[in-house]
Write a protein that binds this ligand. Structure first.
Ligand code: CU
Length: 395
């Protein structure tokens, strides 16, 4: 009580003294790491953990809180993950467009590179003292390997599996864990989405929960601040590429940590017979009529613990299939626009979905074109990202 009061006074007279409220306490504590996040500025996904570094003592617990935005995430750690992340780092940024180093490439990923179901060796929890997770994507770790032990820092593989909406995944650090830095990453989004748990000895203090949470908020606010100018430009109809007028999803080349999940503009006015284009940035669906699934609910758990991808998401329904954007290094000039003829739409009740469309905008921009043949109000949604929808007013 007295310590708390003193801290308030110190805070009033000298702004932000980090040591105050710090903890040397011998009783175990917990700190929270936000997985993904939301903002009131726009509908978005954050491919980042907040804060990216959390400092704790042996015996403490790190609570990873999943903020559902439609992007599936995991928290994957252990010595194999550590070695994979180090290999990527050692390869340097110039290797980014080539294949990942073997130490990383051998780690399972939540979803396959193309169409197909979720990979069970990555989507289900797995905690191994020795050895590697199953190489066969359809094979999950055994039930006893799915029982979570304390994290010792010596486990070879320590994977949360897919974190469903609102889940809090708790990592209890062993009282015997050696002080040091332990890295983790998301096995869908790769090394770009990673963070670390810094374990310090009991003789050293750690930032308070409040300080840690404020750091998390500030890190997220920094990402939001970078995306706001391009977002506001897009809302004003200003796009960096000539010929782009409507987008499905948005972002900025230099802000890889977040993507905007909105159709911009939210309402498009069109004439009967006019071709309406949408340039896809990131992966989205454009689904007209009655949605076959609730947007964002595309992974379902079966009674045996397996996670399955809803087929309604990936495949086109009533619309032609869009090609993949080219693989390989980013184009030197402005990326080419790849136009896809999406055919026609004549009523606003029949289910028609593009399936998951998108790709890497640095190698090519997919532009999906739909011609509306009757006047009316056509509403549509993205099945991947909740609260991502738009309207086409045809007259
Ligand atoms: Cu989307």
């Amino acid at each position: 009580m007295r310590r708390a009061l003193l801290c308030v006074l110190v805070a009033v007279f000298s702004l932000g003294l980090a040591a105050c409220g710090g903890s040397k306490s011998s009783s175990a504590q917990s700190r929270t790491v936000q997985v993904d996040g939301t903002t009131d500025k726009f509908n978005a996904s954050f491919l980042q953990y907040f804060p990216q570094r959390v400092t704790v003592h042996p015996g403490d617990t790190v609570d990873f809180h999943e903020n559902w935005t439609g992007e599936p995430h995991t928290v994957t750690m252990g010595t194999l993950a550590e070695a994979g992340l180090k290999a990527v780092k050692d390869a340097g940024p110039s290797a980014q467009n080539g294949p990942p180093p073997p130490a990383f490439a051998s780690l399972p990923t939540l979803l396959p590179q193309g169409p197909g179901d979720a990979n069970q060796n990555a989507a289900q929890p797995c905690f191994l003292t020795t050895g590697a997770p199953p190489a066969d994507p359809a094979t999950a770790c055994t039930k006893d390997q799915q029982t979570q032990p304390d994290f010792t820092g010596n486990q070879t593989y320590y994977n949360s599996g897919f974190l469903p909406e609102g889940d809090t995944y708790k990592v209890k650090l062993s009282p015997d864990i050696k002080p040091g830095t332990y890295s983790y990453y998301c096995n869908l989004h790769g090394p770009e989405m990673s963070g670390s748990i810094v374990v310090v000895g009991k003789d050293r203090s750690t930032p308070s929960a409040d300080t840690s949470n404020k750091a998390a908020d500030a890190e997220k606010a920094a990402v939001v601040a970078k995306l706001l100018p391009p977002y506001n430009d897009a809302k004003a109809g200003k796009f960096p590429l000539p010929g782009i007028t409507n987008v499905a999803g948005y972002g900025a080349q230099d802000v890889q940590a977040a993507s905007i999940n909105e159709f911009i503009p939210a309402t498009i006015k069109a004439k009967v017979g006019q071709k309406v284009p949408w340039a896809f940035v990131g992966f989205h669906t454009m689904t007209f009529g009655k949605a076959p699934i609730e947007p964002g609910k595309f992974l379902t758990k079966s009674p045996d613990g397996a996670w399955h991808l809803n087929e309604a998401l990936g495949k086109p329904i009533g619309f032609p299939e869009a090609p993949q954007t080219p693989n390989g290094p980013p184009s030197s000039g402005p990326p080419p626009v790849i136009n896809v003829d999406g055919g026609t739409l004549s009523d606003n009740t029949t289910l028609k979905s593009t399936g998951a469309v998108g790709g890497d905008p640095s190698t090519g921009i997919l532009q999906y074109n739909v011609t509306f043949t009757k006047p009316g109000t056509y509403t549509y949604v993205c099945l991947i990202h909740p609260k991502m929808g738009g309207v086409v007013d045809v007259s």
